[in-house]
Ligand binder design. Structure first.
Ligand code: SF4
Length: 348
């Protein structure tokens, strides 16, 4: 299985069965290919407070970016001038003012002008604490010894930064169940998950339990690490990541996960190609290309694909009279499945 198919299988398994080997006591949101500017994780599991997640739904299905979060988290219960109500930014106030307007246009805060023309705001709802834990999973289905060594360097950086509460490596079983280099060389804090091509809770099993990382403490960002040996005596370079930066980044990542889920791959592929299918394989319904007669990767299934064939117009005019062709129907199906993971907002 290529990495993309494996990734979808892990996402689907996590959506139904996270955490491995234990009963679920929190709601989870699963997303893929998210992280920071420097580091993107394959799969993210956001463990959520169920009531908090329901309250989060009031703010809409789209993410609140860091500027909007700054507004909704500090918007006061009573009308106040935005400069009195919001924390002093380390950039010009006009950007904050723009964020207040954007938040009001989205309907997540109230805005008005006072008699002097100054902009005031008031919150509509308190922004809830909905994120309990963030779990990062690196997917490596076919891990030989050299791929495992490359991966371990990255995992050590993840553990040192401690931006996620847990870091896991998901791999498929080898003859010896887990690639030995992985077991010998992985930081003890990182978990190892062995994933089979199968459905059900047992499709993934724990080969090594992770430890919870200190997300509230300063993290260490490893910038450069020498190879070592007789020719490289340079020093390791690193910097600290402060807890406030980590807290803000975690929430911004969770917001993006809330918006995107893990089925957003259809946005970057070509479901409007007549060869595009969704095939329910053993473990997960995944994209399949009839022209290639195999599952395609997102890189192949893009604007540059030479085998792309647009859906015939008749597909869009007969059986699909209003809503477009099968490609649009696939996108709607994936959107519906994604929306099922996000609860409706409370009545009041
Ligand atoms: S032919 Fe190309 S664009 Fe069409 S489904 Fe296959 S990979 Fe995607």
């Amino acid at each position: 299985m290529h990495e993309f198919g494996f990734e979808l299988a892990v996402c689907q398994w996590a959506e139904h069965h996270w955490p491995p080997g234990r009963p679920r006591d929190r709601t989870v949101i699963v997303a893929r290919q998210l992280g920071t500017r420097r580091r993107r994780w394959d799969t993210l599991v956001i463990e959520c407070d169920p009531q908090g997640l329901t309250a989060r739904a009031r703010f809409g299905e789209h993410r609140l970016d860091s500027d909007l979060l700054g507004v909704v988290r500090h918007a006061p219960a009573e009308w106040a001038w935005y400069r009195d109500a919001l924390p002093e930014p380390d950039y010009p106030w006009r950007y904050v003012r723009e964020a207040v307007h954007r938040a009001a246009d989205r309907g997540v805060v109230e805005r008005r002008r006072d008699e002097n023309g100054r902009i005031e705001l008031r919150r509509k709802w308190r922004y809830p604490d909905w994120v309990e834990r963030i779990v990062a999973v690196e997917n490596k289905p076919d891990l030989d010894a050299s791929a495992a060594r490359d991966l371990l360097d990255q995992i050590e950086r993840d553990v040192a930064l401690a931006l996620a509460d847990e870091v896991w490596i998901a791999t498929s079983a080898t003859d010896s169940r887990v690639e030995p280099v992985l077991l010998e060389g992985a930081p003890v804090e990182a978990g190892i998950l062995v994933v089979e091509e199968d459905r059900g809770a047992d499709a993934a099993s724990v080969a090594w339990q992770p430890r919870s990382l200190a997300v509230d403490d300063p993290g260490t960002r490893i910038l450069d690490r020498p190879e070592g040996g007789s020719y490289d005596a340079s020093a390791c370079r690193f910097e600290y990541a402060d807890p406030d930066w980590k807290a803000d980044k975690r929430l911004a990542i969770a917001e993006r996960a809330y918006e995107r889920g893990w089925r957003s791959y259809a946005d970057s592929m070509r479901p409007d190609c007549r060869q595009f299918q969704l095939r329910p394989e053993t473990a997960v319904a995944r994209p399949f290309c009839a022209a290639k007669d195999r599952a395609q990767t997102p890189g192949e299934c893009s604007q540059g694909c030479e085998q792309f064939e647009p859906e015939p117009p008749v597909w869009r005019t007969r059986e699909w009279p209003i809503d477009g062709g099968p490609g649009a129907a696939i996108k709607r199906l994936l959107d519906r499945q994604r929306n099922r993971q996000r609860p409706d907002p409370p009545e009041k």
